[in-house]
Ligand binder design. Structure first.
Ligand SMILES: O=C(O)CCC(=O)C(=O)O
Ligand SMILES: [Fe+2]
Length: 293
């Protein structure tokens, strides 16, 4: 390379590659000088290449055609409540849900008044006869096993299975702006004293062999809504250990959290803390990328 050398496509590509790999501008500049470039020429070459590259990136982000062809881009749409105007309540059609707390990273929003006491009781009553010790899929063998990290009992409803479940699903869709048919059936969990759900991620781990099969049915999980159906006497909060947050379980309230990628960087690690006294009943709604059939 010499100062008189034209700015070839290879050199342009090399500058972009260095910058994209996180090499500092100073080091790229020094490498060009070491290779014989005049400092002023090297500087203006870098500036023009990178400015043009950034403009191209911006244009491709703004083009809907390109965006649609990149489903895995980090800017993928996510379930998200409309909190732009910092509302204290959100109208979900047949109810005013209150907004009690919002955190950006991890994305966590705590809601009040999502369900009435009667609706909570109706969901518990419909679930109770069908409760079984929670099983998890054993990803190596494909079988199911009792998981020591999850000492609750559980069951799944079909979507819209009872009037209270259907009303809840309609509200959730409005609350977080996500289609009802992109949600899994509601899961109900029952924790007795001492029971807990150790910290975990709700997304499916892309490195596990069973994950591609799971993803065929609706794609990744993108967000979770945990709804409290009763008031435990002590313990049983939902914890987010990466940020030291614990949400108190109060009947009719709910905690929403989303994860833009199946990655711990989302800080979406969370768990159900041990119930110290009383019992804990929750309903969990997982929201998927696509239609869940
Ligand atoms: O029990 C809780 O508070 C958390 C439940 C949970 O993490 C889940 O259902 O995935
Ligand atoms: Fe979870």
């Amino acid at each position: 390379m010499t100062a008189s050398q034209p700015l070839t496509p290879e050199l342009r590509a090399w500058i972009i590659e260095q910058a994209s790999a996180g090499v500092s501008a100073d080091r790229v500049f020094k490498a060009m000088c070491d290779a014989g470039w005049n400092a002023d020429v090297a500087e203006s070459a870098m500036e023009s290449v990178l400015t043009e590259h950034l403009a191209q990136l911006q244009a491709s982000k703004e083009s809907p055609v390109v965006a649609a062809s990149q489903p895995a881009a980090p800017s993928r749409p996510l379930p998200e409540p409309s909190l732009g105007q910092s509302p204290s309540t959100i109208d979900v059609g047949d109810r005013e849900v209150s907004v009690l707390l919002a955190l950006q990273h991890p994305r966590v929003v705590v809601f009040g008044n999502l369900l009435s006491d009667e609706e909570c009781d109706a969901i518990i009553a419909a679930a109770e006869p069908r409760m079984q010790r929670s099983l998890t899929v054993e990803t190596q063998t494909g079988g199911e096993e009792v998981n020591a990290d999850r000492t609750s009992d559980g069951m799944f409803f079909q979507r819209e299975e009872t009037p209270a479940v259907a009303a809840l699903e309609r509200r959730i869709a409005k609350l977080v702006n996500w289609p009802e048919n992109h949600g899994e059936g509601l899961q109900v969990l029952h924790y007795r004293p001492g029971a807990e759900y150790k910290p975990h991620y709700d997304y499916f781990d892309p490195t596990q062999p069973g994950t591609p099969t799971i993803l065929k049915r609706g794609g990744q999980r993108l967000a979770t809504l945990v709804i409290y159906l009763n008031n435990p006497q002590a313990g049983g909060g939902t914890s987010f250990p990466d940020v030291g947050l614990e949400v108190a379980p109060r009947r009719g309230n709910a905690v929403f959290f989303s994860y833009s990628a199946p990655d711990p960087a989302t800080k979406s690690l969370h768990g159900g803390s041990p119930v110290i006294a009383g019992e804990k009943w929750i309903a969990t709604k997982w929201l998927r990328e696509g239609e869940f059939k």
